[in-house]
Design a protein around this ligand. Structure first.
Ligand code: HAS
Length: 562
């Protein structure tokens, strides 16, 4: 059955809801924490690349791994989660609305997350939690570190529940209508987040907290890592999907085009929900204690999760070409000239898309069992995620900020800030190409990841790495300039840009678009299939892991003697 397209489509920007001042305050609070995190995390990154040249030592006895933990936690977990939740709320507020009660609960979510973040950050800064963002057992942190993380997750769940309620209220008021595309996408991403973070919540509550409090002497390392990666891989799609929301539903409007296909966009999000969770073993391909058959099954599922990204690439090319040709483009690639290269709202995410071509290809290499043996635990992997999350996702988030922040603040994106933004995006692309390129090559030469400067007792192979570490320092310094520019732009857009109205760009569907099939609203079906896939991929190997695990590990406290 097809849903009749009789109703006004909330997708269209002309009909989108206004955002009130109290709403803006809520959304901006999330975004502000994201930008503060960008500055702190970026500064830590700069220190790291300097240390790894071998020419710089951290002052005041600060430890490299403490700095690395701040960097990973604050950029990988704090910046992303706060930006995404702020963006999710803005999209929901714009398309389905938020009631006063829902907004109040959203504030509770915000404060729980802030308290959790402060607790976790304090422990890292006190040197009680130098366990990196993956907090792999048997490295042990102070219990407060884990409690803080648990609070961040709980806060994010509450935010997700509010989003679900927002959509439910809207659906009740609009019986028979399809949910607005962006609200549909936010709902998928919050469901994905909720199901995935159950894994890390179980690990933290049942394993890490009792163990770090001394109630349990040992920890089952393999179980904890398996639960972590059950969460850790969907986590990367929780980062990616908001970028895809902008690519599908916002970029077409910015370039003067239309949404290519509402159904294709929804389908790709549904596929992400299905396939992003039952694939965690591809992070554990070299881990002993997991039957290779199950690793193989999860690798096959990993290749399935590539498909929605390929659908997205297809959709973006189609949007660009159709829009360009409508504007009179001729020849095979003439449409490229018609894209708004001087509009930072487009250029920054576009560079992100281009970066995802090598970034995604790198992911496919990582997922291939034999090639994973070459790159696992090398700095190649660090290069991979600096292309994917730190370029594709971040540049798209920056692109979003150029219109979202002035829209929320009642200000304008001026031509001057636009120009500065273009410089920022180019600086980022140059810095990241140098840094991430050097990381990829050094990884292929065997350079390890998660490591401070070391000559490893002077092996020949190690001397090959030094030049690449120097290149990483050059790239990292250029990137830090990019961070300073971005923080400056954020402050300017928030407080000093001229008052005015900035558009919240939401693309409309093509006039003659096919109606979106009604089954897309069948949430029970999507969640049911997701659960079945997870159970199929995890039940037997998990029982196997528990039954055949070696003895648990006693804690390792770092720095030693802590
Ligand atoms: Fe990954 C490790 C596999 C995507 C992030 N990944 C990581 C880690 C992070 C991360 C943080 O299988 C490290 C975790 C740790 O600390 O240990 N990854 C994949 C695969 C994909 C993938 C198969 N990763 C991502 C994304 C991330 C991310 C997205 C963040 C946002 N990854 C792995 C594996 C490992 C791993 C293993 C473990 C390695 C190990 O051994 O430790 C896929 O989703 C990629 C599919 C993407 C594509 C690209 C499609 C291209 C598009 C752009 C189109 C461009 C246009 C513009 C339209 C197939 C959509 C062009 C226009 C022009 C005119 C040119």
């Amino acid at each position: 059955m097809q849903l009749a397209r009789k109703v006004i489509d909330r997708q269209t920007s002309a009909l989108a809801l206004p955002i009130s001042k109290p709403e803006s305050r809520l959304y901006m609070s999330f975004l502000s924490i994201a930008f503060i995190s960008l500055f702190i995390g970026g500064l830590m990154g700069l220190l790291q690349v300097f240390v790894r040249t071998g020419k710089f030592t951290l002052p005041f006895g600060i430890d490299y791994y403490q700095v690395l933990t701040v960097h990973g936690v604050i950029l990988g977990l704090v910046l992303t989660t706060y930006f995404i939740i702020g963006f999710h709320f803005s999209l929901m507020g714009k398309t389905v609305g938020i009631s006063d009660k829902q907004r109040k609960i959203a504030w509770i979510a915000f404060w729980i997350m802030v308290i959790g973040t402060i607790l976790t950050a304090t422990m890292i800064l006190l040197g009680e939690a130098s366990v990196l963002y993956t907090f792999y057992a048997p490295l042990r942190a102070h219990p407060v570190f884990y409690i803080g993380l648990a609070l961040v997750v709980v806060g994010s769940w509450i935010a997700g529940f509010v989003n679900w309620h927002q959509l439910a209220v809207w659906k009740k008021a609009h019986p028979g209508e399809k949910s607005p595309l962006l609200a549909f996408m936010v709902t998928i991403n919050t469901i994905l987040w909720f199901i995935a973070s159950l894994g890390v919540a179980v690990a933290v509550l049942i394993q890490f907290i009792p163990w770090s409090l001394g109630f349990a002497e040992t920890i089952n390392v393999l179980v904890s890592r398996t639960l972590f990666w059950y969460f850790g891989h969907p986590l990367v799609y929780f980062w990616l999907l908001p970028a895809y929301m902008a690519w599908y539903a916002i970029i077409p409007k910015i370039i003067g085009g239309k949404l290519f296909s509402d159904s294709l966009a929804r389908m790709s999000f549904v596929l992400f929900l299905f396939f992003s969770i039952p694939v965690g073993f591809h992070h554990q391909l070299t881990e002993p204690g997991i039957d290779p058959t199950w690793k193989f099954i999860q690798v096959v599922l990993t290749f399935m999760v590539v498909i929605p990204s390929l659908m997205t690439a297809f959709s973006m090319f189609a949007t660009f070409e159709i829009t360009g040709r409508r504007k009179g483009a001729k020849g095979l690639f003439g449409w490229l000239k018609k894209l708004p290269w001087k509009d930072v709202r487009f250029l920054a995410p576009f560079i992100g898309m281009v970066a995802f071509i090598p970034g995604g290809a790198g992911g496919i290499i990582n997922a291939s069992h034999q090639m994973n043996a070459v790159v696992h635990n090398t700095i190649w992997v660090t290069g991979h995620f600096h292309l994917t999350v730190a370029t594709t996702v971040m540049l798209t988030f920056f692109g979003i900020s150029y219109w979202l922040i002035p829209h929320l603040r009642g200000r304008k994106l001026t031509p001057k800030i636009n120009r500065l933004g273009i410089i920022q995006a180019i600086v980022w692309a140059v810095g990241m190409s140098i840094m991430s390129g050097a990381m990829h090559i050094q990884g292929l030469l065997g350079g390890p990841r998660r490591s401070s400067y070391s000559e490893y007792a002077g092996g020949d192979q190690v001397t090959e790495w030094i030049g690449y570490q120097m290149a990483q320092a050059i790239g990292g310094t250029i990137l830090f300039v990019g961070i300073l520019l971005m923080v400056y732009i954020f402050i300017k857009l928030t407080f000093f840009a001229p008052k005015g109205e900035e558009e919240f760009p939401i693309a409309e569907e093509e006039e003659n678009a096919e109606a979106t099939p009604a089954y897309f609203e069948n949430w029970k079906l999507w969640i049911g299939i997701t659960v079945v896939l997870i159970l199929a991929a995890y039940t037997i190997p998990f029982i196997d892991i528990i039954q055949h695990s070696p003895a648990g590990s006693v804690p390792f406290d770092f720095p030693i003697g802590r």
